[in-house]
Design a protein around this ligand. Structure first.
Ligand SMILES: [Zn+2]
Length: 311
């Protein structure tokens, strides 16, 4: 079975606390490892979480506030130190290219790993791969900020019993998948006879932002939504002033967008009890809520057979 999970490395906004490192999230998605917003100390958090540098295939930065990028130097140097053989693609707001250039060459090191810069200047599809499409959407924060979305296309799951009863074996299975039909003896077998719809999965990563269209576009139908909830409703004015969300807003986004599993994170240190974030989000969202903790793992929910026509 393919491995799809979020490894939470850090969950604190702005400053580390005794219980929360600055941000950091690795999404393991089959063979890909997307490292989002590595804050200061991410390299050590990776050690605690059992994440090897070699598991990183992409680096995705939402924006250049320090708690979302000060871990880049350590991670980048570690790629070379560990001799990571595959190229790592780095996405970040193009307006911050100057900062990225400094972060990736923050100090002297023997650079052997290949880091491919792929700055984001416009929202849209950034990459296609075995994972489907990696998409960026513009967020609303005092500095330019982009959120990310992984969209696996819908496909079909082959049914072995049906294949056997229809007499489709060996290479004919591949032809059926590729061409949509195959001749077996004198009979033409259609793909729909031997398979069922398989709904593609979606992941969304929404960091520092006020509520805006981009938030809803990113969260749309997400199986797993990771979203900042820096504040609670009592401090909604502060959230708006500094370009952040409240947990109540995050819950509303999840409910309106048909999200299956909601991960709240990026907490302000002013709240000692994280239970308040869950309670606020649960007022509008009835699905599973995870209040993210450092060094934890959150599974991408198991597939649903088919997206409902209304969804
Ligand atoms: Zn920020």
């Amino acid at each position: 079975m393919s491995l799809r999970e979020l490894v939470v490395l850090g969950t604190g906004s702005q400053v580390p606390t005794r219980t929360r490192n600055q941000n950091g999230y690795l999404l393991r998605w089959d063979g890909e490892g997307l490292l989002f917003d590595p804050g200061e100390g991410t390299q050590r958090q990776m050690l605690f979480a059992g994440v090897a540098a070699s598991s990183i295939t992409r680096l995705c930065l939402t924006h250049f506030h320090g708690d979302h990028c000060l871990g880049v130097p350590g991670v980048v140097q570690r790629l070379s130190l560990d001799g990571v053989p595959h190229p790592v693609v780095a996405h970040f707001p193009a307006s911050g290219a100057e900062y990225f250039a400094r972060l990736r060459r923050a100090s002297v090191f023997h650079e052997t790993a290949e880091l491919v810069e792929a700055p984001v200047s416009e929202p849209g599809v950034l990459a296609h791969g075995a994972f489907g499409r990696l998409v960026a959407r513009r967020l609303s924060h005092p500095v330019e900020s982009f959120g990310y979305q992984l969209i696996e296309p819908d496909s079909r799951r082959m049914l072995p019993e049906r294949l056997a009863s229809l007499g489709v074996h060996g290479q004919a299975v591949g032809r059926l998948q590729r061409d949509g039909a195959v001749e077996v003896g004198r009979r033409r077998v259609e793909l729909s006879e031997a398979s069922e719809p398989r709904r593609g999965q979606r992941f969304a990563f929404v960091m520092d932002t006020r509520l805006c269209d981009g938030v809803f576009e990113l969260a749309d139908q997400a199986d797993l939504l990771v979203i900042e909830s820096t504040f609670v409703s009592a401090d909604a004015a502060l959230a708006d002033q500094y370009g952040h969300l409240t947990a109540a807003q995050a819950g509303r986004v999840a409910a309106e967008c048909g999200v299956r599993k909601l991960v709240l994170t990026h907490f302000s240190q002013r709240y000692p009890d994280p239970a308040v974030f869950r309670a606020e989000a649960a007022e509008s969202f009835g699905g599973e809520i995870v209040v993210a903790a450092d060094i934890s793992r959150v599974a991408v929910p198991a597939r649903q057979p088919e997206r409902s026509p209304a969804g």
